[in-house]
Each structure stands twice: as C-alpha cells, then as structure tokens.
Write a protein that binds this ligand. Structure first.
Ligand code: PMP
Length: 394
C-alpha cells in the first residue's frame, strides 16, 4: 500500500534548520526557526515553569485522563489571560489542544463542519501552516493583501479592498499580534475598520494569537483580540502557550469559540469536545497544568511576567540596534520598519539572491522570503548581519 504514497514536500524552515546544522562555520548565524533564544543562544525553561514542574512532580497523584476538553481550570486561566473579561465567561466555549497548531486545525475543522462552503481569507503572506492545513482539509482560501514590501508596513488599503470580496459565512483569519512572518501589525483604528467590514459582510473573524507578550506587553498584545471578541457576533480564537511560556515541545494550546448569543455555547462546546475525541481524544495535559499553576499562583505569575518582559525587551532592543545600524550603513531610513515591527519576526524585503548570498558567503541563515527571527541575534551579531546585508546589496 505504501507504494502509492507520494513524497511530501520538505518543510522549508525545517530544511533550513538541517542546512544550518550541517554548516561547519563557527561564526554561522541562525535566524530561521521561530524559537526564542536568549543572548547566549539558549531557549531556556522559564523559572516559573521550572518551579511549577517541581510542584507537579511533588504533588501530582494521578495521571488518569482529564476530560475531552482538558482541565477546565486551564481553560478558565487562559480565557482570562487572553480575553480578560472582554466577553462573559458564559459566551466562551473552549478546549485544550496540542499546541496552537492543534487549535488552528480544530478551528478550521469546526468551520468546515458548520459551513462546508465557507472560504477562509488569509493574509498574504501568512504562517505557511495555515495554508497547508487549509489545503489538506479542502477548504477554499482567498488571500488578502497585507504586507507592503516597499514600506515594510501593512498595505491597509489593499487589505480593505480585498476584504470587499467577503460573503456572509466567510471567515477572515487575523493574527492577534506579532504577525508571522512579517512583523507588521494593524493599528487600533485599522482594527476598528476591519471589525466594521466583517460585521457588515456577515463574515466571522478567526484570530490566531501565538505571541501574546512578545510585542508590546501581555495586555496590549491582546487588545485587538478582546475588541474583536466583544464586537463581533461570533469569533474563533486559537491561542498558543509555546512562545510566551517557552513550552514549545509540551504542545499546549487553547481553542476558543465565542458567541454573543450564549444559548449557542453548549452546542459549540459539545462540538469542540467532539472534534478532540475524533482527532486525538484527550488533549495533552502537562503543559496545560504548568500554565494553570503559573497563572493561578501570584508569586509564580509575577516571576513569569517579569521573565517574559525581559524576553520582550531583549527583542525590542535588538530591533532598535539593527534598525540604527542599518541606518548608519545605508545612510537612509529604508530599514526603519525593523524598529516598528513587533514580535519575533521581521520580513526584511530582501531578494532571494541576497538571502542566498547571505547564507553562502556569510553563514547567515534566514527563511527564503527574508524573514528573520530577531531573537536569533545578539548585540555582537547585529553589526555582523547589518554589514553582510549591505555587502550583499541589500
Ligand atoms: N500560529 C502562528 C502564527 C505561529 O507562528 C505558530 C508557531 N510557529 C503557531 C500558531 C503555533 O505554534 P505551536 O503549535 O507550536 O503552539
């Protein structure tokens, strides 16, 4: 039977990781895969997570199944972190999922179950997994303009023009903050305009929020998500704990389905649990338990927030350093957008030839579309990258 299987295309980012590993140069720089690295190049276990892990080891007395939706205490803690009371708890259905990817996948499946003809509008560009999962599920996608490579900002006019094509029952996928791969984000008034357009068209927002706390802070990063959830009749939210809790491999996410009409909550909750049952039955618990312990314990939570803030400020200062180094070398503000972008990524707008030259001649690895992981840099390597970009003709 297996002879009928076709070779699957390699994941570009994972292939880049392999190429980086095989590069013998000592001074190589990895700006590819999206994990946070501290200035020493390490992705640490956060202090509060380590303390919570110790507590689980000491106090946990059973590893029997939880529930199909995961531990309700985890859902409560995460709903409060993301939504902070923007909608009543009774309006929210939620299930724990394996990572943010699991939440994205279940959200798409729920959309397909509720409206088999729904089209999902996605930003151009978006996180490649959005596109491959939608394709795998046979859901029609429509790209909307998003990134203006001339300014490094959002092509808001283009986006609004493309959203004019929305029909009732369509879904618009939006990144809650820290857009991946561009780093460019909507302003408050732009979010307002998007919400008005969605509501006029009878389209539903789906928010993917994977970097809360990596941009402007835990609350500011969730503002748009909260506004959408309170202003639209229905909203789907896929949240990931991989980045802000540093628990990538624990696979910890939450899918929320919000309806202003709380009589729909029970059936939505039942459908989410049903989807978990069909796909993997009980969701992973260890990461969810860590998150719950950290969020519900004042001391652990304060320590987590302070460490997360250090992470955020480190990335912000690297952004500022890189933007000013580029300004010094190019004697222009061409790369000023790097300091405006938020989150772990920036799309630099370099040609594939330059990206290739950076890899070949300088051992600097970035994704082919010139997305860099800011956290792959440190104070010493920022000037190295800036000089290499200019030498390569960027
Ligand atoms: N959405 C976006 C936009 C992401 O960048 C990521 C992580 N790369 C995720 C969701 C999900 O991550 P995970 O499944 O590791 O939680």
């Amino acid at each position: 039977m297996f002879e009928h299987l076709k070779e699957q295309p390699a994941d570009k980012i994972l292939a880049l990781m392999e190429a980086y590993k095989g590069d013998p140069r000592d001074d190589k720089i990895d700006l590819g895969v999206g994990v946070y690295k501290n200035p020493e190049g390490i992705t640490p276990v956060m202090r509060a997570v380590k303390a919570a892990e110790k507590r689980i080891w000491e106090e946990q007395e059973t590893k029997a199944y939880t529930g199909l939706a995961g531990d309700p205490a985890y859902a409560d803690a995460m709903i409060s972190l993301v939504l902070d009371g923007a909608v009543p708890r009774s309006a929210v259905s939620a299930v724990a999922t394996p990572g943010g990817t699991g939440a994205v996948r279940q959200a798409f499946e729920l959309i397909r179950m509720a409206n088999p003809g729904a089209r999902v509008f996605v930003s151009d560009p978006t996180w490649p997994n959005h596109l491959t999962i939608l394709k795998y599920l046979g859901i029609e996608t429509v790209a909307y303009r998003y990134f203006d490579s001339k300014t490094g900002g959002v092509d808001f006019d283009g986006m609004m023009e493309d959203l004019k094509g929305l029909k009732p029952g369509d879904v618009v996928l939006l990144h809650g903050c820290c857009h991946n791969p561009t780093g460019a984000n909507l302003t408050g008034p732009e979010w307002d305009a998007v919400i008005a357009t969605l509501n006029e068209a009878g389209a539903m927002p789906m928010i993917d929020i994977a970097y809360q706390g990596f941009g402007d802070g835990l609350d500011v990063d969730a503002l748009a998500t909260r506004e959408v959830a309170s202003a639209c009749p229905e909203t789907l939210i896929a949240a990931s704990c991989s980045k802000n809790f540093g628990i990538y491999r624990e696979r910890t996410g939450l899918l929320m389905a919000i309806s202003q009409d709380s009589s729909k909550q029970k059936v939505a909750q039942g459908n989410l649990a049903y989807l978990n049952r069909q796909n993997y039955s009980f969701p992973p618990d260890h990461g969810a338990r860590l998150v719950t312990l950290v969020l519900n314990d004042d001391k652990l939570r304060a320590d987590w927030q302070s460490e997360l803030e250090d992470v955020r400020l480190n990335m912000l200062s690297l952004r500022e350093q890189l933007a000013s180094e580029m300004q010094r070398l190019t004697k222009s503000d061409r790369y000023g957008f790097i300091a405006q972008h938020r989150g772990m990524f920036s799309r630099l707008g370099l040609s594939t030839e330059i990206v290739e030259a950076l890899r070949k001649d300088h051992g600097i690895y970035m994704v082919g579309d010139s997305r860099i992981n800011i956290a792959g840099l440190n104070k010493e390597t920022v000037p190295v990258l800036a000089k290499a970009i200019v030498e390569a003709g960027g």
